[in-house]
Design a protein around this ligand. Structure first.
Ligand code: ADP
Ligand code: ZN
Ligand code: ZN
Length: 726
């Protein structure tokens, strides 16, 4: 260790990964042989470990370790000076996200960096950067491309247009508005209205305007939208070279993640395509953020800092002066509300594209009243007849059911034994394929017992059905039918069970695309995003459950899922059949289905927003949940209720309680997982600022309550700001 008096040695504040529970907030102090610019990556010792850190001065006025004797401070191990420092904008984004979602900046910052950085020396990183720069300059750029002698028109790539596509008037208008206005934008376009094409045009225009500009394009789940990735790569690699488009998602190897990150950070990557984690990508020349399918719940993180990448994209855009475009056929009610007319207080600009490309019609929605169908039938006779017609014509059908496995419960026909999971408040699901009972929450998997474990009765029966049973049932129903080529009907199931192995989803989707499959069965996995060309019938077997859910967002999710699913049908205008969306329901006149029948998202959104306003729910109020896990429900709830009482008795939090509602602790809807009891407490306020102020003051209370002797059984707790599942 160099003595503190070494010439030039200076105190340096470094942010490392300190989880929220460690109660170490702010940066830690180290000696560095020379001053390092803020944002420099370093490696530092902490206890016995060596951690990656970021130089982060002035994070807090009184860092917790100022009391330390300077002589006891340790020196940084290495500075990765070959890397340009992380920008002030990036650091501001991290600080904001940490504050807003009630976590430490260290946790958020380090989770946003590729872990492999820790194992690289500055020299190695320098070499990598050089290689990237070389590759980038070697690729042909439109600015430097010689004009083709035989062609007087400007190269189409330079204007961002692709040779094959002539924009529709709706697309053109959206793009014009994008260029004229500041945004943020909400591109509200029907499924198949050509939103992706608009994203690509806007991206192309901004990249062409500056040789350094970068664009971030976010998608909910990359493996579910391989087509979008392929289209962006095809378009932009052709202009800027293969290395100019990189991906960022959790399915990548650490080495791939590092490569993408370095390419984005160094500016070599012009387009970053990624999932929610990519919102933290270091992009020094960020000019555009696109959030495709912005309504998708997977933009909200479910662990660590529970951030919403969509909301952070808006914040980041404003911070960096980058344009932001959200897109969806069924926007989240929050974004929809924000895009109301500016005169009414709207903050986003809504761009509308109601028409499908070409003559592609939106499907006709047909409701089957299950009250008038043969008792306990699964596929109603009219639906079956409609599917048979499609099969005879060589067209495809898609049937979805939101439950995987064979049956959600096994039951004894004699006693009341059911296949409960011993560790969770849930039933174990029967999977016939390997004759197991599997808990989808804790993972417990056992062979199906030969007889009832309670009374020995050998007659145990499956109750209800999942996709596996639906597939089996359809095979029976369709056994006698033939395709136009005389072959038997081909049925394929796609769900989390069939796609567990890497690459299987891709190969399954490919088989659907090539027409090898006549009937596709699956969970909501198949309802999202895919551009299936020959599907002319989509059926929801049993969508009613969500109508009665206690979660106030359930109708919004159901409507969006059904609209998205309907959007899979009728995408190919060369298939002449009018496509159809079938709903089997016991509530055929439910307003949600009425709106769906008219493909009328605005009407649905208006009625939902009215209900939310009357009930003072988001977006008319702001919420946070505190979740606690403990050995017993009593302990989990006791901890939350005690923290709530303390909030009422402490001046800084008590003052805010007049503008804020702290509800009593309740068990979570899944009250027990893997023998851990879970409880939650809802905090609600009409003011976001009040909620934020309360939460940061209450953090300390929660920490100290945890140490109360009465809270011994508490295992962990966490705050979820703007929670999606209540
Ligand atoms: P969305 O993202 O809104 O569902 P896409 O951008 O995927 O729609 O467009 C649907 C289909 O229409 C795609 O196959 C796309 O290539 C095609 N398409 C988009 N814009 C045009 C256009 N202007 N002319 C012809 N085809 C188009
Ligand atoms: Zn029994
Ligand atoms: Zn379990």
């Amino acid at each position: 260790m160099p003595p503190p008096s070494a010439p030039g040695a200076c105190l340096t504040q470094v942010l490392v990964h300190t989880p929220a529970h460690s109660q170490m907030t702010g940066a830690l102090s180290y000696w560095s042989p020379a001053p390092l610019p803020p944002g420099t990556l370093v490696r530092v010792p902490l206890g016995q470990r060596e951690l990656l850190g970021v130089v982060w001065p002035g994070e807090s006025a009184t860092p917790p370790d100022t009391a330390l004797d300077p002589a006891k401070l340790r020196p940084i191990t290495a500075a990765l000076e070959a890397l340009p420092p992380l920008s002030p904008h990036w650091r501001a984004l991290i600080s904001f996200a940490a504050g807003y979602y009630q976590r430490t900046a260290g946790e958020v910052a380090l989770a946003a960096l590729p872990p492999q950085l820790r194992d690289m020396s500055s020299v190695q990183l320098g070499r990598r950067l050089k290689k990237l720069a070389k590759a980038a300059s070697a690729s042909v750029k439109p600015e430097t491309r010689p004009t083709q002698a035989s062609d007087t028109a400007p190269a189409p790539e330079a204007t961002g247009a692709s040779q094959s596509v002539r924009l529709t008037p709706e697309q053109q208008q959206a793009i014009d508005q994008f260029h004229q206005q500041a945004g943020p934008f909400l591109l509200f376009g029907a499924t198949g209205s050509g939103k992706t094409e608009v994203f690509m045009h806007c991206t192309a225009a901004l990249l062409a305007a500056s040789s350094e500009a970068q664009a971030l394009v976010m998608v909910p789940e990359i493996n579910l939208t391989p087509q979008l990735e392929a289209r962006f790569k095809a378009r932009f690699c052709a202009i800027y070279g293969d290395d100019a488009v990189v991906s960022m998602h959790s399915g990548m190897t650490p080495a791939q993640r590092l490569n993408s990150w370095l390419a984005a950070h160094s500016g070599a990557a012009r387009v970053v395509l990624g999932t929610r984690m990519a919102v933290f990508a270091s992009m020094p020349q960020l000019r555009l953020i696109v959030v495709d399918e912005e309504h998708d719940p997977s933009y909200k993180s479910g662990e660590g800092a529970r951030y919403s990448a969509r909301d952070l994209a808006i914040y980041r855009g404003r911070l960096e002066g980058a344009k932001v475009m959200l897109g969806s056929a069924t926007p989240s009610l929050e974004s929809w509300y924000h895009s109301r007319p500016a005169a009414e207080g709207g903050r986003y600009l809504r761009l509308e594209m109601p028409s499908r490309i070409g003559s592609g019609q939106l499907p006709l929605v047909r409701r089957v009243d299950m009250n008038h169908q043969p008792k306990s039938c699964i596929i109603s006779p009219p639906l079956l007849a409609a599917m048979a017609q499609r099969i005879a014509r060589g067209e495809q059908s898609m049937v979805f059911l939101n439950r995987r496995g064979y049956a959600p419960v096994l039951q004894c026909s004699d006693c009341d034994w059911k296949s409960e999971c011993p560790h969770c408040s849930a039933y174990r699901v029967f999977h016939k394929i390997d004759r197991t009972l599997r808990c989808h929450h804790c993972g417990l998997s056992e062979r199906v017992p030969r007889a009832c474990p309670a009374c020995g009765n050998p007659d145990i029966v499956p109750l209800g059905r999942g996709t596996e049973r639906l597939e089996e049932h359809l095979a029976e129903l369709l056994a006698d039918l033939r395709r136009p080529d005389g072959e038997p009907v081909r049925i394929m199931r796609i769900d989390a069970d069939t796609t567990r192995l890497k690459g299987t989803l891709e190969s399954q989707l490919a088989q659907v695309h090539t027409g090898e499959v006549d009937v596709l069965v699956g969970t909501q996995m198949i309802a999202k995003g895919h551009d299936f060309r020959r599907i002319t019938l989509v059926a929801a077997v049993n969508p009613d459950n969500a109508l009665f859910s206690s979660d106030f967002r359930a109708p919004e999710r159901l409507f969006s899922l059904l609209m998205q699913a309907a959007g899979r049908a009728g995408r190919d205008e060369t298939v002449a059949t009018q496509s159809e969306m079938w709903l089997q329901t016991c509530q055929p006149t439910h307003p949600l289905y009425e709106a769906l029948k008219k493909h009328d998202y605005p009407a649905f959104a208006a009625s939902q927003l009215k209900e939310r306003q009357q009930a003072a729910m988001p977006p008319f109020s702001f919420q946070a949940l505190v979740r606690a896990e403990a050995r017993s429900q009593e302990a989990a709830q006791g901890f939350l209720n005690l923290a709530s009482q303390t909030a009422a008795s402490q001046s800084d939090t008590a003052a805010l309680l007049a503008h804020l509602m702290l509800y009593p602790a309740v068990p979570m809807s899944m009250a027990r997982i893997a023998n851990i009891e879970r409880a939650q407490m809802l905090v609600e306020s009409p003011s976001r600022t009040v909620l934020q102020r309360f939460l940061s003051a209450w953090q300390g209370v929660l920490h100290s309550t945890r140490s109360d002797p009465s809270c011994k059984g508490v295992i962990r707790w966490a705050i979820d700001v703007d929670p999606l599942n209540i």
